[in-house]
Design a protein around this ligand. Structure first.
Ligand SMILES: [Zn+2]
Ligand SMILES: [Zn+2]
Length: 284
């Protein structure tokens, strides 16, 4: 294979369709790291001493691992505290070994007692994850939650929402949201899913997800976007074009909802979800 188009030294392992470049693992890693930095900076979400939770999510453990490692490398100057939560459904040691532990203050195991296994859309998966993470963040006094949602995910969710008229799921498309005083952000919001997936595989971060995301819109999405798997609009541009957004928030998952508890939280009975956290909870 060709040499890396950026450094010109190492062998390329990945072809970045978007820019047409061939990248080596180091330059691919740098590219993702820079995007994460930009993604965080543009939201101005972090302040000095921010306390961040990065969960290993049920639908995408590999990208959660990469997110934790990247954020822990770049956020030192903010004097942040990072807590990584590993659900009990995963092999703790396997994930622990894949984390760059030198910069991560705490790693804890969580038991989430809810009917998570099943076929949910990505929007629904995000609500489900937020439900348990918000509860822990609130209990332990963390003010930032980071989720591994890419630009491709955001585009796919937007399309799903527009095609199927699911306006209330707009809250899952926002790359930063404020729920009960806690910031929820997507630091991968400017990275294509394809680039991230390749990096996960090449860097040895891959872990089989506990639940699979159902994506009805995927076929339509690729037929519209062709070889360039991103639509040319960001959430910021599309949102003002969706009128009459007068939703309250679901008290459990924080998503837009007409009722106190959204349909999904009702359906999955998330109100009665039991969560226990054990191991190192980190400095408080
Ligand atoms: Zn290179
Ligand atoms: Zn809800």
């Amino acid at each position: 294979m060709a040499l890396c188009s950026v450094c010109g030294k190492r062998q390329a392992v990945y072809h970045h369709t978007y820019s047409g470049k061939n990248l080596c693992i180091k330059c691919l890693s740098n590219m993702i790291e820079r995007s994460v930095k930009r993604g965080i900076n543009k939201t101005k979400a972090l302040k000095y001493d921010s306390r961040i939770i990065i969960p290993i999510v049920h639908f995408s453990p590999s990208s959660s691992i990469v997110l934790a490692n990247m954020v822990s490398r770049i956020e030192r100057k903010f004097n942040t505290t990072i807590l990584v939560l590993i659900p009990e459904v995963y092999n703790y040691n396997d994930i622990y070994q894949k984390l760059e532990r030198s910069n991560i203050e705490s790693i804890a195991r969580v038991k989430v007692n809810a009917s998570i296994k099943g076929s949910l859309s990505l929007e629904e998966c995000i609500r489900l994850e937020r439900a348990w993470i918000l509860k822990i963040a609130d209990e332990l006094g963390y003010d930032v939650i980071m989720l591994p949602i890419t630009r491709t995910d955001i585009s796919l969710m937007l399309l799903d929402l527009l095609l199927n008229g699911k306006k209330e799921y707009l809250s899952e498309v926002l790359d930063i949201d404020y729920i009960k005083g806690i910031k929820v952000l997507y630091p991968f919001s400017s990275i294509e899913g394809e680039a991230l997936a390749s990096y996960e595989a090449i860097s040895g971060s891959y872990v089989e997800p506990f639940c699979n995301v159902k994506m009805k819109t995927k076929k339509i999405f690729y037929s519209v976007a062709g070889f360039r798997p991103e639509l040319d609009f960001g959430s910021a541009r599309i949102i003002p074009s969706i009128p009459n957004l007068e939703f309250g928030r679901c008290e459990i998952c924080g998503g837009f909802s007409e009722k106190k508890t959204c349909e999904l939280c009702e359906k999955l009975d998330l109100k009665n979800m039991q969560i226990s956290i054990y191991g190192d909870k980190g400095p408080s």
